[in-house]
Design a protein. Structure first.
Length: 193
Protein backbone atom coordinates (compact mmCIF):
# COMPACT_ATOMS: atom_id res chain seq x y z
CA UNK A 1 0.00 0.00 0.00
CA UNK A 2 1.61 3.25 -1.14
CA UNK A 3 1.75 5.82 1.64
CA UNK A 4 2.07 9.49 0.87
CA UNK A 5 2.79 12.48 3.02
CA UNK A 6 -0.37 14.40 3.87
CA UNK A 7 -0.37 18.14 4.63
CA UNK A 8 -2.99 20.10 6.52
CA UNK A 9 -2.96 23.80 7.39
CA UNK A 10 -0.45 23.39 10.26
CA UNK A 11 0.63 19.75 10.13
CA UNK A 12 2.41 17.08 8.10
CA UNK A 13 1.44 13.42 8.57
CA UNK A 14 3.79 10.73 7.30
CA UNK A 15 5.67 7.54 8.20
CA UNK A 16 8.88 7.94 10.19
CA UNK A 17 12.15 8.43 8.27
CA UNK A 18 15.70 7.62 9.47
CA UNK A 19 16.42 11.36 9.74
CA UNK A 20 13.59 11.79 12.31
CA UNK A 21 15.57 10.41 15.25
CA UNK A 22 16.11 13.73 17.06
CA UNK A 23 12.47 14.82 16.69
CA UNK A 24 11.29 11.36 17.78
CA UNK A 25 13.57 11.27 20.82
CA UNK A 26 12.50 14.75 21.86
CA UNK A 27 8.81 13.86 21.50
CA UNK A 28 8.91 10.64 23.52
CA UNK A 29 11.46 11.45 26.21
CA UNK A 30 10.88 15.15 26.94
CA UNK A 31 7.13 15.49 27.44
CA UNK A 32 5.34 16.69 30.57
CA UNK A 33 4.55 14.19 33.33
CA UNK A 34 1.46 12.06 32.74
CA UNK A 35 -1.62 14.35 32.65
CA UNK A 36 -4.47 11.84 32.79
CA UNK A 37 -5.25 8.12 32.70
CA UNK A 38 -4.76 7.81 28.94
CA UNK A 39 -1.54 9.75 28.85
CA UNK A 40 2.02 8.46 29.50
CA UNK A 41 5.00 9.74 31.42
CA UNK A 42 8.00 10.57 29.22
CA UNK A 43 9.96 7.44 28.29
CA UNK A 44 13.41 6.63 29.59
CA UNK A 45 15.94 8.04 27.07
CA UNK A 46 18.36 5.21 27.94
CA UNK A 47 15.89 2.69 26.54
CA UNK A 48 14.35 4.93 23.89
CA UNK A 49 17.67 5.37 22.10
CA UNK A 50 18.72 5.26 18.46
CA UNK A 51 18.85 1.47 18.45
CA UNK A 52 15.24 1.29 19.66
CA UNK A 53 14.21 3.94 17.11
CA UNK A 54 15.69 1.89 14.24
CA UNK A 55 14.13 -1.35 15.47
CA UNK A 56 10.72 0.24 15.88
CA UNK A 57 10.86 2.03 12.52
CA UNK A 58 11.77 -1.20 10.74
CA UNK A 59 9.00 -3.07 12.57
CA UNK A 60 6.43 -0.46 11.52
CA UNK A 61 7.64 -0.74 7.93
CA UNK A 62 7.26 -4.51 8.06
CA UNK A 63 3.74 -4.26 9.49
CA UNK A 64 2.73 -1.75 6.82
CA UNK A 65 4.13 -3.95 4.05
CA UNK A 66 2.08 -6.83 5.45
CA UNK A 67 -0.99 -4.51 5.46
CA UNK A 68 -1.44 -5.22 9.18
CA UNK A 69 -0.81 -1.86 10.80
CA UNK A 70 -0.01 1.68 9.71
CA UNK A 71 1.30 4.50 11.83
CA UNK A 72 1.57 8.09 10.65
CA UNK A 73 3.51 10.60 12.69
CA UNK A 74 2.26 14.14 13.07
CA UNK A 75 4.76 16.96 12.60
CA UNK A 76 4.13 20.63 13.24
CA UNK A 77 5.04 22.49 10.03
CA UNK A 78 6.19 25.64 11.83
CA UNK A 79 8.76 24.01 14.14
CA UNK A 80 9.32 20.58 12.57
CA UNK A 81 8.50 19.07 16.01
CA UNK A 82 6.95 15.62 16.20
CA UNK A 83 3.73 16.29 18.13
CA UNK A 84 1.65 13.14 17.84
CA UNK A 85 0.64 10.06 15.92
CA UNK A 86 -2.35 8.38 14.37
CA UNK A 87 -2.64 4.71 13.58
CA UNK A 88 -4.70 2.15 11.74
CA UNK A 89 -4.84 -1.42 12.95
CA UNK A 90 -6.31 -3.41 10.06
CA UNK A 91 -8.92 -5.78 11.44
CA UNK A 92 -10.52 -7.18 8.27
CA UNK A 93 -9.98 -6.42 4.59
CA UNK A 94 -12.10 -8.60 2.23
CA UNK A 95 -15.71 -7.49 2.38
CA UNK A 96 -15.30 -5.18 5.39
CA UNK A 97 -12.27 -2.90 4.81
CA UNK A 98 -12.28 -2.23 8.51
CA UNK A 99 -9.63 -0.83 10.88
CA UNK A 100 -9.32 0.44 14.41
CA UNK A 101 -8.34 4.11 14.26
CA UNK A 102 -6.24 5.65 17.04
CA UNK A 103 -4.99 9.18 17.68
CA UNK A 104 -2.65 10.76 20.18
CA UNK A 105 -1.13 14.21 20.61
CA UNK A 106 1.83 14.49 23.00
CA UNK A 107 0.83 16.41 26.12
CA UNK A 108 3.04 19.47 25.55
CA UNK A 109 0.91 20.23 22.48
CA UNK A 110 -2.64 19.73 23.79
CA UNK A 111 -5.35 22.35 23.45
CA UNK A 112 -4.29 23.95 20.14
CA UNK A 113 -6.67 22.08 17.89
CA UNK A 114 -3.91 19.72 16.70
CA UNK A 115 -5.81 16.59 17.76
CA UNK A 116 -8.77 17.65 15.71
CA UNK A 117 -6.65 18.63 12.69
CA UNK A 118 -4.62 15.39 12.76
CA UNK A 119 -7.55 13.04 13.33
CA UNK A 120 -9.59 14.71 10.60
CA UNK A 121 -6.70 14.20 8.18
CA UNK A 122 -6.49 10.62 9.51
CA UNK A 123 -9.99 9.83 8.31
CA UNK A 124 -9.04 10.98 4.81
CA UNK A 125 -5.85 8.91 4.90
CA UNK A 126 -7.83 5.86 6.00
CA UNK A 127 -10.40 6.14 3.24
CA UNK A 128 -8.27 7.49 0.40
CA UNK A 129 -4.77 6.03 0.84
CA UNK A 130 -5.56 2.87 2.77
CA UNK A 131 -8.86 2.32 0.95
CA UNK A 132 -10.76 1.43 4.10
CA UNK A 133 -14.52 1.70 4.46
CA UNK A 134 -14.93 1.61 8.22
CA UNK A 135 -12.83 3.34 10.83
CA UNK A 136 -13.63 2.62 14.44
CA UNK A 137 -12.34 4.59 17.41
CA UNK A 138 -12.70 2.58 20.61
CA UNK A 139 -12.84 5.07 23.47
CA UNK A 140 -12.87 4.54 27.24
CA UNK A 141 -16.28 5.42 28.64
CA UNK A 142 -14.84 8.31 30.66
CA UNK A 143 -12.41 9.74 28.08
CA UNK A 144 -14.44 12.88 27.41
CA UNK A 145 -11.71 14.68 25.44
CA UNK A 146 -11.52 11.84 22.97
CA UNK A 147 -15.31 11.59 22.62
CA UNK A 148 -15.50 15.34 21.89
CA UNK A 149 -12.78 15.00 19.29
CA UNK A 150 -14.42 11.98 17.60
CA UNK A 151 -17.72 13.88 17.33
CA UNK A 152 -16.02 17.03 16.07
CA UNK A 153 -14.41 15.22 13.15
CA UNK A 154 -17.70 13.63 12.12
CA UNK A 155 -17.57 10.19 13.72
CA UNK A 156 -20.88 8.68 14.86
CA UNK A 157 -21.52 6.92 18.15
CA UNK A 158 -22.49 3.34 17.42
CA UNK A 159 -22.69 1.85 20.88
CA UNK A 160 -20.64 0.14 23.55
CA UNK A 161 -18.52 -2.96 23.06
CA UNK A 162 -18.50 -4.86 26.33
CA UNK A 163 -15.24 -6.21 27.78
CA UNK A 164 -13.59 -5.22 24.51
CA UNK A 165 -10.01 -4.22 25.35
CA UNK A 166 -7.54 -5.52 27.91
CA UNK A 167 -6.01 -2.53 29.65
CA UNK A 168 -5.31 -1.30 33.16
CA UNK A 169 -5.23 -5.00 34.16
CA UNK A 170 -8.77 -5.89 33.08
CA UNK A 171 -11.15 -6.32 30.14
CA UNK A 172 -12.78 -2.91 29.72
CA UNK A 173 -15.92 -1.67 27.93
CA UNK A 174 -15.44 0.86 25.14
CA UNK A 175 -17.56 3.42 23.37
CA UNK A 176 -17.42 2.88 19.64
CA UNK A 177 -17.31 5.86 17.32
CA UNK A 178 -17.36 5.06 13.62
CA UNK A 179 -16.84 6.78 10.30
CA UNK A 180 -17.49 5.64 6.76
CA UNK A 181 -16.36 7.64 3.71
CA UNK A 182 -19.83 9.19 3.30
CA UNK A 183 -19.56 10.76 6.78
CA UNK A 184 -16.84 13.09 5.54
CA UNK A 185 -18.22 13.68 2.06
CA UNK A 186 -16.27 10.96 0.22
CA UNK A 187 -17.70 8.26 -2.01
CA UNK A 188 -17.68 4.69 -0.74
CA UNK A 189 -15.97 2.23 -3.06
CA UNK A 190 -16.33 -1.52 -3.49
CA UNK A 191 -13.51 -3.61 -1.99
CA UNK A 192 -10.75 -4.65 -4.36
CA UNK A 193 -10.20 -8.22 -3.27
C1 LIG B 1 -7.54 13.34 23.04
C2 LIG B 1 -6.37 14.13 22.47
C3 LIG B 1 -5.90 13.48 21.15
C4 LIG B 1 -6.83 15.57 22.20
O1 LIG B 1 -5.71 16.29 21.63
P1 LIG B 1 -5.67 17.89 21.54
O2 LIG B 1 -4.65 18.25 20.52
O3 LIG B 1 -5.54 18.49 22.88
O4 LIG B 1 -7.13 18.18 20.95
P2 LIG B 1 -7.64 19.59 20.40
O5 LIG B 1 -6.67 20.67 20.75
O6 LIG B 1 -8.02 19.40 18.99
O7 LIG B 1 -8.95 19.78 21.26
C5 LIG B 1 -8.84 20.05 22.66
C6 LIG B 1 -9.52 21.36 23.00
O8 LIG B 1 -8.75 22.47 22.53
C7 LIG B 1 -9.62 23.41 21.89
N1 LIG B 1 -8.83 24.25 20.98
C8 LIG B 1 -7.89 25.10 21.42
N2 LIG B 1 -7.34 25.74 20.39
C9 LIG B 1 -7.92 25.30 19.26
C10 LIG B 1 -7.74 25.59 17.90
N3 LIG B 1 -6.83 26.47 17.47
N4 LIG B 1 -8.51 24.94 16.99
C11 LIG B 1 -9.43 24.05 17.40
N5 LIG B 1 -9.62 23.74 18.71
C12 LIG B 1 -8.88 24.34 19.64
C13 LIG B 1 -10.66 22.51 21.30
O9 LIG B 1 -11.86 23.22 21.02
C14 LIG B 1 -10.88 21.50 22.41
O10 LIG B 1 -11.72 22.04 23.39
P3 LIG B 1 -12.68 21.11 24.26
O11 LIG B 1 -11.77 20.15 25.00
O12 LIG B 1 -13.37 22.05 25.15
O13 LIG B 1 -13.57 20.40 23.28
C15 LIG B 1 -5.18 14.21 23.49
O14 LIG B 1 -5.69 14.69 24.71
C16 LIG B 1 -4.49 12.89 23.74
O15 LIG B 1 -3.64 12.45 22.96
N6 LIG B 1 -4.81 12.21 24.84
C17 LIG B 1 -4.15 10.98 25.27
C18 LIG B 1 -4.42 9.82 24.31
C19 LIG B 1 -5.90 9.61 24.05
O16 LIG B 1 -6.75 9.75 24.93
N7 LIG B 1 -6.20 9.24 22.79
C20 LIG B 1 -7.54 8.87 22.40
C21 LIG B 1 -7.75 7.40 22.70
S1 LIG B 1 -9.35 6.88 22.16
Amino acid sequence: MKRLEVRTRRLILRPLMPSDYTAWSDAYTKGLPQQNKWDRDPYDPKKWNRKWFNTMRREHERLAQADDYYRYYVFEKRSGALIGQIDFNIFVRDTHQFANFGYQIFNRHWGHGYGREAAKAGLKIGFRQLKLNRLEAAINLDNRKSVRLAKLIGMRREGIKKRYWFEFGQWTDHLIYVANPEDIGLKARAPQC
